[in-house]
Design a protein around this ligand. Structure first.
Ligand code: ADP
Ligand code: MG
Length: 325
């Protein structure tokens, strides 16, 4: 099957909202008056971001999910996306599964595929998403202020636990691994929460490389510091609720690593003035997304982590960096 047949069969669908979709040189989007376009790209590379034998349906889901997560972090509503795909071969069964996983999530968010590029080469998936947000209302990394409360959505650390298991570093029971693997392979972008936080959160980002490392980006751009209470973050790994047994004890160091520096969580980390505490909780309820208060923003620069005894503990967690030595 040739390149254009492949595109037509698996990726060309009638567009609903865009002015023009797949088939011409450019797609056309017509932003509504008063709206800004929010745009983000994320690339997934085989061997780097996923294992070669990963289920293609889950991969299709994840490739789009990590992009929608960026829109969520900006408080933007998904509109459309493009897909640049490099494939080692035209394996139709694989491509069909990949497209189904991707389109199921796209449809759930009313986000349409409007174009892309397809080439032969090592397996590599790059999606660019387009969203819209009322002008001036996007959530930014730069708005945190001293005294703000620090929050995170959902669960932290289970994706990292799955990764550590797949790498052979730990051996949790099979049913626990299955739960954790779901978080690694099929993350949930927190789009509804991002929208609900507009006008409430002072800053936000999505946690892709680990909570502390990503929080560091908010601190840098907002020129503030923060205190994170690990007594509030440690229980956010679902695996911590799993009963210990003779063969599985969830090591507390590993639990801290997974929750504080895990990566691949795709939760939102955000700040809001303390006076908006009830509004944040209401946004969580309105979007059916758990939200957890985990610390606060300080005028004093730097990131302080309180340990199990409530005292500051050494903070040398490294977040994931592709080019760190
Ligand atoms: P061009 O050479 O003009 O850049 P292509 O021949 O690469 O265009 O692509 C033809 C059309 O198919 C374009 O509209 C492009 O956006 C679309 N397209 C190519 N690959 C994909 C893909 N993987 N998913 C969605 N649309 C695609
Ligand atoms: Mg062209």
């Amino acid at each position: 099957m040739g390149e254009f047949d492949l595109i037509r069969r698996y990726f060309q669908r009638p567009v609903q909202r865009a002015a023009l979709g797949v088939g011409d040189d450019c797609a056309l989007l017509a932003p509504a008056p008063g709206m800004q376009l929010a745009i983000s790209s994320d690339m997934l590379v085989e061997g780097r971001h996923f294992f070669p034998d990963v289920n293609p349906r889950l991969l299709g889901h994840k490739a789009l999910a990590v992009n929608l997560s960026d829109l969520a972090a900006s408080g933007a509503k998904p509109l459309a996306f493009t897909l640049a795909l490099s494939l080692p071969r035209a394996d139709e069964a694989w491509i069909s599964e990949f497209a189904q996983g991707m389109f199921a999530l796209a449809d759930a968010h009313d986000c349409e595929l409007i174009g892309g590029d397809t080439t032969g080469g090592p397996l590599n998936i790059c999606i660019t998403v387009f969203g819209e947000v009322p002008a001036g209302q996007a959530l930014l990394r730069s708005g945190a202020r001293a005294g703000d409360e620090l929050w995170v959505s959902g669960q932290l650390g289970d994706a990292r636990l799955a990764l550590e298991t797949l790498l052979g570093h730990v051996q949790p029971p099979a049913d626990l691994l299955q739960q954790a693997r779901q978080r690694l392979e099929a993350p949930t972008p927190r789009v509804a929460l991002g929208l609900a936080l507009r006008g409430i959160a002072s800053s936000a980002l999505d946690v892709s490389d680990g909570l502390l490392g990503d929080l560091g980006h908010i601190l840098d751009l907002s020129k503030v510091g923060a205190t994170v209470d690990s007594r509030l973050t440690t229980p956010l790994i679902a695996a911590s609720a799993y009963p210990s047994s003779a063969t599985w004890q969830f090591d507390s160091k590993l639990q801290q690593l997974c929750t504080l520096a895990g990566g691949d969580d795709y939760e939102l980390c955000f700040t809001a003035p303390a006076t908006r505490h009830a509004d944040v909780l209401a946004a969580g309820v309105a979007s059916s997304t758990p939200v957890h208060h985990i610390g606060h923003i300080d005028a004093q620069p730097g990131l302080r982590v309180l340990g199990a005894d409530g005292q500051p503990m050494p903070n040398d967690w490294k977040s994931f960096d592709h080019f760190s030595s």
